[in-house]
Design a protein around this ligand. Structure first.
Ligand SMILES: C[S@@+](CC[C@H](N)C(=O)[O-])C[C@H]1O[C@@H](n2cnc3c(N)ncnc32)[C@H](O)[C@@H]1O
Ligand code: SF4
Length: 381
């Protein structure tokens, strides 16, 4: 199974934390969509005719597009790729302020069957801190109208560890989520990314950074709450009711092929990775003129191994040492068995059959543990 990701690089307003690729000027939108169609046509053999059962519109803000523009992209994909229509998951990331009743219904009719709504918080204080353009009331309306329009596959994004977000407010966010009985949600710890407004304000001493203790406490609250509510913590930031995994993201984590179209989008075909230029004007010109619009890296065994360790350990399926032995060889399997020992004895990792999994304490230190397991070069083997 393979998947297609479409990057829509526009937002109405820049959130203070975000360093995804987007522009707040929509002037290039129609030319960019032309280029996007061309890219999808040029690259129709990238996935070697493999069956596709997920399409994901991400961004930026895909809900800024007109429904007809979205429909046309789906049609171009359908004409050029091998879609498994009976299994198809088509997700659209949406900002609550974009989705009025009629548009939600039109999206549903256009074939979008999964909405990912960027709620972030049900409290206006948090939304102001994050510099979101929408308010809490708009999120409530958006979720309710989506449910009334027939969307049963809805996920929302939440952020914890926000400056001045008390543990009580975080808990109330979770309790609000409970009222909607959603099959899936994502919860991210606020991270201060380079080249964001937050990073600049912190550097200038205008605001404080994030508080690791607060983020850790709120993560533990989240784990316990998710468990009590029968949500599976199937990935560090992703939670679903049994059976309601995001097909698209699960494909990434299981190392399946994907094609990413649009500026900054990444693609992966198991042996190489490529990423499109993260500049709207250059992307449009290069695609039009048939000039190179992406860079490519052929993946060595070591980088494929590191990638597998990084993605698999974050999931509830864990990192499979037998799979490492079969796919990369005994030296790699021996290396992870050895390098994981200290984390197992510190109770940060545990072993179940031939799999390594993060303990709860380990999840709090996931990034450090994962980089501690990376192989840097041949000398490590
Ligand atoms: C790229 S955004 C696109 C979704 C949509 N534009 C929106 O904002 O609702 C995907 C999600 O990543 C999360 N995110 C992005 N940057 C983050 C950061 N620095 N820290 C924590 N979460 C972040 C937000 O929850 C956001 O909804
Ligand atoms: S979080 Fe979403 S809306 Fe905000 S800047 Fe990033 S992509 Fe745009």
């Amino acid at each position: 199974m393979a998947s297609i990701y479409i990057h829509i690089p526009y937002c109405r307003q820049a959130c203070y934390y975000c360093n995804f690729h987007f522009s707040t000027s929509l002037q290039t939108k129609s030319e960019l969509l032309d280029a996007l169609h061309l890219e999808l046509i040029h690259r129709k053999n990238y996935l070697s005719g493999e069956k596709i059962s997920t399409i994901y519109f991400g961004g930026g803000t895909p809900s800024l597009l007109e429904v007809d523009e979205i429909k046309k992209i789906i049609e171009t994909i359908d004409r050029n790729y091998n879609l498994e229509w009976d299994k198809m998951e088509i997700t659209l990331e949406a900002n609550p302020d974009d989705l009025k009743k009629e548009k939600i219904q039109d999206l549903y009719s256009a074939g979008i069957n999964r909405l990912s709504i960027g709620v972030q918080s049900f409290f206006d204080t948090d939304l102001k801190t994050l510099h979101r353009i929408h308010n809490a009331e708009q999120s409530h309306q958006c979720i309710q109208e989506a449910q009334q329009s027939g969307f049963d596959n809805i996920t929302i994004d939440l952020i914890y560890g926000v400056q001045n977000q008390s543990d009580d407010i975080w808990m109330q966010n979770l309790e609000t989520l409970k009222n909607y009985n959603l099959p899936h949600f994502s919860a991210y710890a606020l991270t201060i990314e380079p080249k964001t407004a937050f990073e600049k304000m912190i550097r200038q001493g205008k605001i404080t950074g994030t508080d690791d203790d607060q983020a850790a406490r709120q993560f533990l609250v989240l784990q316990q709450w998710a468990n009590e509510q029968n949500y599976l913590a199937y990935e560090i930031s992703n939670y679903c009711k049994p059976g309601h995994f995001s097909k698209h993201n699960t494909g990434y984590w299981l190392g399946e092929k994907y094609l990413g179209a649009g500026p900054s989008a990444h693609s992966f075909n198991t042996h190489s990775r490529q990423w499109n230029i993260a500049n709207n004007t250059k992307y449009i010109q290069s695609v039009k003129n048939n000039d190179p619009y992406y860079e490519m890296e052929t993946l060595s065994d070591i980088s494929q191994y590191n990638e597998y360790v990084m993605t698999s350990l974050r999931t509830m399926w864990g990192c499979d040492i037998s799979l490492i032995r079969d796919r990369f060889g005994l030296a790699f399997a021996n290396e992870i068995t050895k390098s994981s020992l200290r984390y197992v004895s510190d109770n940060l990792l545990f072993k179940k059959d031939h799999k390594l999994l993060l303990t709860l304490a380990g999840k709090l230190l996931a990034d450090n543990i994962i980089s501690g397991l990376f192989i840097l070069n041949d000398n490590d083997l």
